[in-house]
Design a protein around this ligand. Structure first.
Ligand code: FE2
Ligand code: FE2
Length: 301
């Protein structure tokens, strides 16, 4: 990517400031999530009470079998007690993202995008639990936000992005390959500009900018590799970008696998076949959750 393209992306991303739909609770929630302590249960409940639509979506999401509660919570505070503060914060951020980018005039089916993002979030979180990494909620957030550059491309480069999508669909190539060929930059570059504008944490920003170029990531390579593999797993199953990708994937021979196994020796013990079965079992539930939280645009996968 040339310097002038990087400048154009930054300038156009600034236009997002003029869009009214970013929920007021989004930035404070991000700050709370980045700076955790015990006294924040009331603070989260207070913030969420300002936005009844987000509160209702959060409760709906918290009641999903994907989060494993036997009794659906009746209030945000109840959800925090049952699920834990960090889980509720990540659920809330998921709902905020849906509101921040309402599904109007997208060149792609927003339902497919959200299924991929939420699917990747849940896969990364489960992968992280299997590896016993330190921070499963961070893995969820990284998976949820990894393709945030799609939204930038939909909103501020919609014509160019529509051409890139059409190329990817027609040729069965990966989307970042088609973007590079037709636009000269990818959703990773666009996402990085948005991550900087939103002051996202450095490790999440690195995931956004390098999940298709893991070897170029510097500080958070293990997290970037985990999200790269989670993204591939989703695209291999029914949680991709809504078209057939010709490229065949072998997770274990992917460079990200070697990077992750250097950090987590127990990666070798993860039963991938079983893991993909678990993912298949969750797919229907993810479809239902996305329809409930992000609207029910007719699906075509
Ligand atoms: Fe991506
Ligand atoms: Fe992705």
């Amino acid at each position: 990517m040339t310097q002038s393209i990087a400048t154009t992306i930054r300038e156009r991303v600034q236009q997002i400031e003029t869009m009214p739909a970013i929920p007021a609770v989004f930035q404070p929630l991000l700050e709370l999530l980045g700076n955790l302590d015990e006294a924040k249960v009331d603070e989260v409940a207070r913030l969420v009470s300002y936005d009844s639509a987000i509160a209702a979506q959060c409760l709906h999401m918290a009641a999903s079998p994907l989060f494993g509660l036997s009794q659906p919570p009746k209030s945000i505070k109840g959800a925090v007690i049952s699920l834990g503060l960090r889980r509720v914060e990540t659920i809330l951020l998921t709902c905020c993202l849906g509101q921040a980018f309402p599904a109007k005039n997208w060149p792609i089916d927003p339902t497919i995008f959200w299924r991929h993002s939420l699917g990747c979030a849940l896969v990364c979180q489960k992968f992280s639990e299997k590896l016993a990494t330190a921070d499963h909620e961070k893995a969820y957030m990284a998976g949820l936000l990894h393709d945030i550059g799609f939204m930038v491309n939909c909103l501020v480069f919609s014509q160019e992005f529509a051409t890139a999508m059409a190329t990817a669909f027609r040729e069965g190539t990966s989307l970042d390959t088609a973007e590079r060929a037709t636009m000269g930059f990818t959703h990773c570059d666009a996402g990085q500009a948005l991550a900087e504008k939103w002051n996202l944490a450095d490790d999440i920003t690195e995931v956004i900018s390098h999940h298709h170029t893991v070897e170029q990531s510097q500080k958070s390579q293990a997290l970037v590799a985990l999200v790269h593999l989670g993204d591939l797993l989703c695209r291999m199953r029914d949680l991709g970008y809504g078209y057939y990708e010709r490229h065949k994937v072998d997770l274990i021979s992917d460079p990200a696998w070697a990077i992750l196994s250097r950090e987590y020796r127990n990666l070798e013990t993860v039963d991938l076949v079983r893991f993909t079965f678990e993912l298949d079992e969750a797919v229907e539930e993810i479809h239902a959750l996305v329809a409930a939280v992000f609207g029910s645009t007719p699906a075509h996968s």
